[in-house]
Design a protein around this ligand. Structure first.
Ligand SMILES: *Cc1c(COP(=O)(O)O)cnc(C)c1O
Length: 398
């Protein structure tokens, strides 16, 4: 056995990470162990709707931790019952299964659709998904994803996920066969670089799936929980899907996810689905504290307003530096850089104490706390202004 010699060596090296250790967070700010402060427009990849370490979540966790952690997934507990009831009341769905990660919730959605096919559609099992889509990092969810970089990995993949083109209803229609049971998509493709399904496309998709007896599954792991200015992004299109998955923001920073289904689609039998920590009261208590804030109409309206403010500021920044369009909705926005300078900007912004994310080489993504202030937005824009000026000057010299 070798001993780790460097403080970072004992962790599997699964991605490039800056060599600092983060020790504290509050609202839109993070601090590292050198007391550097960072203004955070990534928020753990959109998992902190109320910012870092929100008091309401900390208090809910502390209170629940002293009361009951895990009775057993084979027993009911109060927080999971309350959170399921609240989610059902505020959505078009009737039943909830709690999971510990987004990928696990999507695995559940895939299993539920296959179960539906086995029960009601002669074993139909194919789920049409989309080029550019991202549904997680388990084997089935990587297979369901349409991410190019996943294609050569971990072969053979799980079969049964033909890929259509986003916003092209004919590409979906062409893939439907007797084996098809469902269509699954993100209302806005997040990891692909914030590419929205249009409201029109979602309406067409709902009509088509209804007409052909297929389930419509929305992966709202990134778009749900107020991120787009409505509690769930499907509401913008005025449609009612059959199945939805939630993750990221639902726990306010702790691992919680959910699979929701209408009565019609909720067809698991005993033994089909479960998990040791699923629906544990500790995480569900955090979820209740988050939903109590986000579910308020005033809160959602402020997300929409703040989103418009960020969008207009990004627009001005883009004009000043000759960049491209702004995409997205609410506080899930992207700036098209028109050049592969994303990584350079992320690195320079980091050095200047601002965290932004570049999901694609030519794209910056903004997923701040949903209660981010206008002052914080202006401070981030100011930093990007300086960084873009430097990067632009460097490109002109090169
Ligand atoms: C992040 C994400 C996932 C995966 O969630 P994990 O909690 O990382 O497993 C799935 N779908 C979408 C749309 C996501 O943004």
């Amino acid at each position: 056995m070798t001993n780790a010699t460097h403080p970072f060596d004992a962790l599997m090296d699964i991605t490039a990470r800056p060599e600092v250790v983060f020790v504290r967070g509050a609202g839109s700010y993070l601090w590292d162990d050198n007391r550097n402060r960072y203004l955070d427009f990534v928020q753990g990849w959109a998992v902190n709707p109320l910012g870092h370490a929100p008091t309401v979540v900390a208090e809910a966790l502390a209170a629940q931790a002293k009361r009951l952690l895990t009775p057993s997934p084979a027993f009911f507990n109060g927080p999971s019952l309350q959170l399921a009831k609240a989610l059902v009341e505020q959505s078009c769905f009737d039943q909830v299964f709690f999971a510990n990660s987004g990928a696990e919730a999507n695995e559940g959605a895939i299993k539920l659709a296959r179960k539906f096919g086995a029960k009601y559609k002669n074993g139909a099992h194919e789920i049409i998904t989309f080029e550019g889509g991202f549904h997680g990092r388990t084997l089935a969810t990587m297979s369901a994803s349409g991410k190019k970089a996943f294609e050569p990995l971990f072969e053979p993949k799980v079969p049964g996920f033909p890929k259509a083109k986003l916003n092209d209803i004919e590409s979906v229609r062409r893939l439907i066969s007797a084996s098809t049971v469902a269509v699954m998509l993100e209302p806005i493709q997040g990891e692909a670089g914030v590419w929205p399904a249009t409201d029109e496309f979602l309406k067409e998709l709902r009509a088509l799936t209804q007409q052909r007896g297929l389930l419509l599954i929305v992966d709202e792991i990134q778009t749900g929980m107020g991120r787009t200015g409505k509690l769930f992004a499907y509401e913008h299109a005025g449609i009612e899907p059959d199945i939805m998955t939630l993750g990221k923001g639902i726990g306010g920073g702790v691992p919680l996810a959910a699979l929701l289904a209408t009565e019609h689609a909720s067809c698991f039998d005993h033994g089909d689905q479960g998990g040791t920590f699923n629906g544990n009261p500790l995480m569900c208590a955090a979820g209740l504290a988050v939903l109590a804030q986000i579910g308020q109409p005033d809160f959602l309206k402020s997300v929409a307003d703040t989103g418009l403010f960020l969008e207009s500021e990004l627009q001005r920044l883009s004009s000043r530096h000759g960049l491209g369009d702004i995409r997205g909705r609410g506080l899930l926005l992207a700036l098209d850089l028109k050049m592969p300078i994303g990584a350079a900007i992320v690195a320079q912004a980091f050095a200047a104490g601002v965290l932004v994310n570049s999901p694609q080489p030519d794209t910056l993504r903004f997923i701040p706390a949903l209660n981010v202030t206008r002052e914080e937005i202006l401070a981030m824009i100011d930093c990007l202004d300086t960084v873009l000026t430097k990067v632009g000057a460097a490109r002109r010299v090169a």
